[in-house]
Design a protein around this ligand. Structure first.
Ligand SMILES: CC(C)(COP(=O)(O)OP(=O)(O)OC[C@H]1O[C@@H](n2cnc3c(N)ncnc32)[C@H](O)[C@@H]1OP(=O)(O)O)[C@@H](O)C(=O)NCCC(=O)NCCS
Length: 156
């Protein structure tokens, strides 16, 4: 564990996190989810939603996932710009990978903008591969690349 990771708290998202989540979302995405959308995800069944907070309480990252039938879909992941390139998204994805082991998931997938080279690089380094393209997926008309990480078959 890095020196930074030792000072961070990772836990399930709570309603009290939502203002900070929505603010980080707003500065991280060209077409951000609204606070109400995140709120509707908290507490739903078949969700894995985690936040990272620094020792001073500042929210520095989050991941929102849905899962069903052996698949985990990463809906959102973001890290505060002042904390990027310090392994926090890696920490969040490790949470997702550990969770995938617990539920015996077989695949993790997500959509990413072709223009989002930092995220594509990040996912590729984790072992994700491009498996498809959804035309005009985003509200501003940009396509989405579908990226998938196939996990070891865990079902008997
Ligand atoms: C993508 C994002 C979540 C990465 O978060 P992060 O905490 O900076 O990522 P990490 O520090 O764990 O990066 C791990 C590796 O991914 C790659 N990577 C991350 N950001 C990168 C960038 N800007 N350019 C190139 N490679 C990058 C690097 O290989 C990095 O390792 P290194 O720093 O040792 O070179 C962050 O940039 C972000 O919040 N972006 C805005 C929201 C977003 O686009 N989310 C994804 C939507 S699909």
């Amino acid at each position: 564990m890095s020196a930074l990771a030792e000072t961070l708290t990772v836990r399930d998202v709570r309603t009290t996190d939502l203002d900070a989540v929505a603010e980080l979302e707003r500065i991280s995405f060209p077409v951000p989810w609204k606070r109400e959308f995140f709120a509707s995800e908290v507490g739903l069944a078949h969700r894995f939603n985690r936040v990272v907070r620094a020792t001073d309480g500042k929210l520095v990252g989050y991941v929102f996932c849905a899962f069903a039938a052996g698949e985990i879909h990463v809906n959102k992941i973001a890290v505060d710009p002042l904390y990027r390139r310090r392994g926090i998204a890696g920490l969040l994805m490790k949470e997702v990978l550990d969770f995938s082991t617990r539920i015996l998931a077989e695949e993790i997938f997500l959509e990413v903008r072709p223009s989002n080279l930092p995220a594509r690089n990040f996912y590729t380094l984790l072992g994700f591969r491009e498996v498809g393209r959804r035309p005009q997926y985003y509200a501003d008309g940009e396509d989405a690349l579908v990226m998938s990480l196939f996990l070891q078959p865990r079902r008997p």
